[in-house]
Unconditional design. Structure first.
Length: 495
């Protein structure tokens, strides 16, 4: 049974103390409940002893005892003889589903609006392409179907696309994966030894944080903000101070802030990574989703590495996928890297899976043949969705600070007060799932922030905002002038 220390729980709790008259024990119970619902505290985990948590949070033991009692009453903790309190989900009526944020691939309860996932609906063409791919399948039935690298034709198509975008690539520098998340986990477990440091942005993609921790990494966070982007001083200092083995970055339309890293910071990042021997793992799943009219789509990050002057060069591993651009149900992505690294990834992969499905790769091949046209249509959809969401947020929530973005799938909205988790819980009670700010943190921060997608159908967005208005009223939200307040996004690198 996994055990959670008081210190580890406190780091995830963040700034949980209520602003109003809510009793401390209720606020603490609500925050722990959200951690369990979001999966940040996994089911079956032993919670810290009441005394230890009370000491760490400077609370009375009675407050913690009452919070735990409230969680047991609601069904989120159970007492186990000799093990204290253990995280669980409430008992359900037969056939019912728990009211929690669905995992990837699961569906929310009927009647619940899921505003927690930034994912586009499927392009209708997917069904037609799947039928065409099925017609190609007989040509591969004489083979075993097992191939850790991926079909040659698919890898060639991806290599050609990188070459056309400014990064000369050969077919043996590409590997097909089961989506970008599979690629992140595979790269992490191949390149990291337990105890290695791994650099990651804060905030960041939650499942990347999980993959790095699962590989045994000690995380070093570099702040990214909606107004200032990456902290240049932190980037300059973190590599010589911590010598991370790996850095996971999203330099184009960063999730969740929407920022894109400027050229001078890319050059600094490449220089410092080369000096420290750090492998840069760059997630480009959002890179071609810029929707500003007439904007030129940026070259891959690896192009900046090739443009570096002579001398040591940083190793760059690029991750791509059609899950964000085409449909999450096309569970395929890819890794672009040096040939020797691709070989290492292919060998390491065999411990977990034996390759990507042939039929799905044939679907991907047909999609890549018309990818530019499909991306143009997606950008138009995102432009309209972004306009709708920003207009509605300004009308309904005038105190919120909405950052300007010109790409990606979502907004990182500043609520003006540290109530993100409270708002997420209130939204659940209204039948709405939203991504609370701390879900994207390495250490439980970002209580002032909420991620809101603009990539969903208009009717879904409007229905979600109706429910969000009601939830905002429940936590005491009020209209007025935008609140600037301190910027909770700024975090120092952990050294």
């Amino acid at each position: 049974m996994a055990a959670l220390s008081a210190r580890a729980l406190a780091s995830q709790l963040g700034d949980w103390r209520p602003l109003g008259a809510t009793p401390l024990y209720e606020a603490l119970a609500d925050r722990i409940r959200l951690l369990i619902l979001d999966g940040r505290v996994t089911l079956g985990t032993r919670m810290p002893a009441e005394r230890l948590l009370a000491d760490h949070e400077q609370l009375s033991r009675t407050t913690v005892a009452n919070a735990y009692a409230r969680l047991r009453e609601l069904g989120y903790l159970r007492s186990v003889r000799g093990s204290g309190s253990v995280a669980r989900l409430p008992a359900l009526e037969p056939g019912a589903a728990p009211f929690s944020t669905p995992s990837i691939g699961e569906r929310p309860e009927p009647g619940v609006v899921d505003f927690s996932k930034a994912t586009l609906p499927a392009i209708p063409l997917v069904a037609e392409v799947a039928r065409e791919a099925a017609e190609l399948l007989p040509g591969f039935l004489h083979e075993t179907g097992f191939d850790a690298w991926g079909l040659l034709a698919v890898r060639q198509a991806i290599a050609d696309r990188y070459t056309a975008r400014g990064v000369p690539t050969t077919v043996d520098e590409v590997m097909i994966t089961l989506g970008a998340q599979h690629a992140i986990a595979l790269v992490a477990r191949t390149l990291l030894a337990r105890g290695d440091r791994a650099l990651i942005e804060s905030p960041s993609y939650p499942h990347a944080v999980e993959a790095l921790r699962e590989a045994g990494a000690r995380l070093v966070a570099v702040p990214v903000t909606t107004d200032g982007g990456w902290d240049t001083e932190a980037l300059d200092q973190v590599f010589p101070r911590t010598a991370p083995a790996l850095a996971y970055l999203m330099t184009e339309f960063h999730n969740p802030t929407g920022r894109t890293m400027p050229a001078e910071q890319r050059a600094l990042l490449l220089r410092r990574a080369a000096e420290a021997g750090t492998v840069l793992v760059v997630d480009e799943t959002m890179a071609e989703l810029g929707f500003a009219p007439g904007a030129v789509q940026p070259p891959p990050f690896a192009a900046a590495a090739l443009a570096q002057p002579s001398g040591p060069r940083a190793e760059v591993v690029t991750l791509g996928s059609v899950g964000k651009s085409i449909w999450g149900g096309v569970r395929l992505g890819w890794i672009r890297a040096d040939r020797d690294l691709i070989t290492r990834f292919a060998h390491a992969r065999l411990a977990g899976d034996l390759g990507s499905p042939i039929l799905e790769q044939l679907v991907l091949l047909r999609l890549l043949e018309q990818y530019d046209r499909l991306l143009d249509a997606r950008r138009a959809d995102l432009r309209a969705g972004h306009a709708l969401l920003t207009i509605e947020l300004a009308r309904r929530f005038p105190t919120w600070i909405v950052p300007p973005v010109d790409g990606g799938l979502s907004l990182w909205v500043n609520l003006g007060q540290p109530v993100s988790s409270q708002l997420a819980l209130a939204a659940r009670a209204e039948g709405l799932l939203v991504g609370a700010g701390p879900r994207f943190a390495v250490d439980g921060a970002f209580e002032r922030f909420l991620r809101l997608p603009f990539c969903l159908p208009a009717d879904t967005t409007l229905a979600a905002l109706d429910l969000l208005e009601r939830a905002w009223a429940r936590v005491g939200g009020s209209a007025g002038a935008p609140v600037a307040g301190p910027d909770d996004e700024v975090l120092s690198a952990v050294v």
